[in-house]
Design a protein around this ligand. Structure first.
Ligand code: SF4
Length: 351
């Protein structure tokens, strides 16, 4: 509860001033991935020279302000030291409240469940897993390029449902990425999942929009975005069906979705970004970016003694911040960045 209050306090502060240090870290711990997604080129990378566990420990020791860490990939569970990484941040960022991570469900279920259990046993107050699922069986397997991937995702959900009986601080949802490849197919997907998991609810799906990003997905050569109007219509239908949750977190998620529909319909940022203020994106080679969506490198942790303070308030970072304030950041409304924007523009939660 104290750590949740700490996260709330700093998120509230970000409404009124620039923060001294970021509280959210989006960290791609590896670019290795066994998937073959049509929406993302990360699986084609053969990354060399990714940050070692010792380097990550040094980074975690020198940067202790994080209250929310997203460990993403590639497929994060391909890193055999994922638990050590979580531990390094938990031991150093004393206010760490939540650790989030996606999975494509392609590692063995035993490994995924064991690693999550080990992370839960560390004592992190909340762990949230997003299980990628972009369509019903044939569609998901086609978009992801791996036969059997739909069934694996369903099994992951069921196994985490079992694990949750022993760990009340475990949360998980399906992550549905909307793109031109699954346009108009959400309801059919939901009905298929309901067949396999009768207790599934609409709110068990987290919706995302397929994004183009050269510094993260490496997919600026792809033409995969869906037609704006039909995505906005589909999102609004989903919003109308979602079961209502209570408390601040469901409220933030509802706002994220409503603003996503607005973003898609209007092609404009729903609110002021908090990139490079509340948060940053760190790639697996140590490069620092404002967000997953902007190929504007701020530095590399290997060149600054792994200490963000050596670059966070420097000339380059400040000029990027000015550009963000002046609306020059590429438009984005992604889960990695939007929540900091929502809580840093608190009036958005009142509307
Ligand atoms: S979207 Fe995720 S699972 Fe698919 S290739 Fe990219 S990193 Fe891998």
């Amino acid at each position: 509860m104290i750590k949740l209050a700490g996260l709330g306090k700093v998120a509230l502060e970000s409404n009124f001033k620039k923060l001294d240090k970021p509280y959210k870290l989006n960290f791609a711990i590896t670019y290795w991935c066994q998937s073959r997604c049509m929406t993302c080129n990360i699986w084609q990378f053969k990354p060399k020279g990714e940050l070692s566990i010792d380097e990550i420990r040094t980074f975690a020791k020198k940067n202790t302000s994080f209250k929310w860490i997203e460990l993403t990939g590639g497929e994060p569970f391909l890193r055999p030291d994922i638990v050590e990484i979580a531990k390094a941040f938990y031991e150093n960022s004393k206010g760490l409240y939540i650790l989030t991570m996606p999975t494509n469900s392609l590692c063995s279920h035993d490994l995924i469940v064991r690693r999550i259990k080990e992370m839960l046993d560390i004592g992190i107050p909340k762990i949230a897993i997003t299980i990628s699922l972009d369509g019903y069986r044939e569609l998901h397997d086609k978009i992801r390029g791996v036969p059997g991937n739909y069934d694996r995702a369903i099994t992951t959900f069921k196994k985490l449902h079992d694990l949750q009986k022993d760990y009340k601080n475990l949360y998980f949802v399906f992550g549905y990425t909307m793109s031109g490849y699954n346009e108009g197919q959400f309801q059919r997907t939901f009905d298929a999942v309901k067949n396999d998991i009768p207790y599934i609810k609409y709110k068990d799906f987290h919706m995302n929009l397929g994004q183009i990003s050269s510094n993260y997905y490496g997919n600026s050569n792809l033409d995969m975005l869906a037609k704006r109007k039909s995505v906005a219509d589909e999102l609004e239908t989903i919003i109308s069906k979602r079961e209502r949750g209570f408390g601040i977190i469901p409220r933030i998620e509802d706002t994220f979705l409503k603003k996503l529909a607005e973003y898609v319909r209007t092609d404009s940022m729903p609110m002021k970004s908090k990139s490079l203020d509340a948060s940053l994106f760190l790639d697996s080679f140590g490069n620092i970016f404002p967000s997953i969506m902007w190929d504007q490198k701020v530095g590399n942790v290997r060149d600054i003694g792994y200490d963000l303070k050596n670059v966070w308030h420097g000339e380059l970072a400040n000029s990027i911040r000015d550009a963000i304030d002046n609306g020059k950041e590429p438009k984005q409304w992604t889960s990695c960045e939007a929540y900091q924007s929502i809580t840093g523009n608190i009036t958005s939660l009142i509307k």
